[in-house]
Every structure is written in structure tokens, then in C-alpha cells.
Design a protein. Structure first.
Length: 237
């Protein structure tokens, strides 16, 4: 695994060096990379998503469900692997994998969890309100629903060609949608600024920045992602 990661990092460095000369070309009408820069380094949105989920880590506890993998559950380091589950729209290899449609609660079985980590998913579900309602039902009373949605972002060609890329959210928009499903809002915030947003559109990555502290400045008018942390009430109304 170490050798594989080392080779991958070298390939990303090579790709950054190749395209660096094009960064200041003001007549260029196409992006440096149209898939968020995955093969070049750390995508801008992933940088912010990690910050957001890390800030919510104390609420990742008990039985945990995560969309598409276990990255953020494992990063937390406090969850028993036996209580870690994955929700995916299509079958994938691995243990504790639930295959279902988040917008159709009847497809998700009778599972219930203490925490549900849902990053960059609601953008790709046409009926996102039903998906939020299903998320509520998946949680035990007092359980936490946390994650992120895209705000200022280009279309994801990968997702759009498979299940669709439908929505971009504002802070007020995702907060209203969560509230309407009876979640108790704990935190909703934006990450990013106009520099980060432009870099995101261009497929630049964190490693392209000589001054990465510029990414730490958050401007509510240009959020790359919106993060959220909310809870299913202990006593339902």
C-alpha cells in the first residue's frame, strides 16, 4: 500500500508540474482539469470537507453509517469496526454494506444508527427532501446527521453521467431543508472564498497554492461547500 501511495503521489506531482505553466493564461477557456483535480493532488472541496468533519468528530460515535466508504469514520478513530456501516447506491465489496436509495426509505431495511455521515451526496439526488427525511428515520432518537453539500462548484461529470447532478445549495437553503424534516440544527457553515471557488472551477488542488493559508479565509458570499451538523430530537414531536 505504501508503494502504491508513493507512486500515486509522484504521478500527482508530475501532473502539477506539467500544467503549472498554464495557470496564468488569461485567454484559456477550458479548465486545467475538469474532474476536480483528483489526479493532481487534494481537491479544494475535499480539503474543506475534512476540516468540517474533523470539527464534528466528537459526535461520530456509537453505530455509524457513512455514504460511499469509511474514510471519515476511520479518521475519527473511536468507532468499533463492527459498528461501522456503508450506504451505497450500487453494490460494492466489503462488510456491513447497505445497498439502497436514500430518497426511498423503504429500500434501506430496518437499520438505525447513532451517527450518519453524508458528504457531497444531496447534490446528486433529485428528491433531496425525501433523502433528508430518510436520514432522519435512519437515526436513533438523539442521533447526529452531519455532512456537507456543494455550493460553488462545477458539474461533476462522473456523477451526472450515472445518477445525475441536480443541485447547489446555499446556507439558508440547506438549513431550511433540514429544519423542515424536524432536525435540530447545531451548526451550518460555509467554507471557502472567491480564490478557492475559482481554483475549484479550474481543477486546481491544494498543492498548487504556495500560500495555503489563503484557503483558510471563509467568505459567506463564495462558499465552496456548506457543512451541517444536526440532531434527531430525543423525543419526537
Amino acid at each position: 500500500m505504501r508503494v502504491k501511495n508513493s507512486i500515486s503521489n509522484l504521478v500527482k506531482l508530475f501532473n502539477r508540474l506539467i500544467f503549472r505553466s498554464q495557470l496564468d493564461d488569461q485567454q484559456r477557456t477550458s479548465p486545467i482539469n475538469d474532474s476536480f483535480g483528483y489526479h493532481r493532488g487534494t481537491p479544494i472541496d475535499r480539503y474543506y470537507i475534512k476540516q468540517a468533519i474533523d470539527s464534528y468528530s466528537e459526535h461520530i460515535q456509537g453505530s455509524v453509517l457513512e455514504i460511499g466508504g469509511r474514510e471519515y469514520t476511520e479518521n475519527c478513530g473511536t468507532v468499533d469496526p463492527k459498528h461501522s456501516f456503508i450506504l451505497n447506491y450500487v453494490p460494492i465489496a466489503g462488510d456491513n454494506v447497505i445497498v439502497g436509495d436514500l430518497s426511498d426509505y423503504s429500500s434501506l431495511g430496518s437499520y438505525h444508527f447513532d451517527t450518519f455521515i453524508c458528504t457531497q451526496t444531496l447534490n446528486f439526488i433529485y428528491d433531496f427532501k425525501s433523502a433528508i427525511a430518510s436520514s432522519y428515520e435512519l437515526l436513533n432518537p438523539g442521533g447526529y446527521f452531519l455532512g456537507s453539500v456543494a455550493s460553488v462548484s462545477n458539474i461533476s461529470k462522473y456523477d451526472d453521467s450515472r445518477w445525475g447532478d441536480y443541485w447547489r445549495f446555499t446556507k439558508k437553503g440547506i438549513e431550511a431543508a433540514l429544519t423542515s424534516s424536524k432536525f435540530e440544527i447545531i451548526d451550518v457553515r460555509g467554507f471557502g472564498n472567491v480564490l478557492a471557488a475559482k481554483a475549484m472551477f479550474d481543477g486546481l488542488v491544494v498543492e498548487d497554492f504556495d500560500q495555503q493559508d489563503l484557503l483558510e479565509i471563509n467568505d459567506s458570499g463564495y462558499p465552496v461547500i456548506i457543512s451541517f451538523l444536526c440532531r434527531r430530537p430525543v423525543l419526537d414531536e
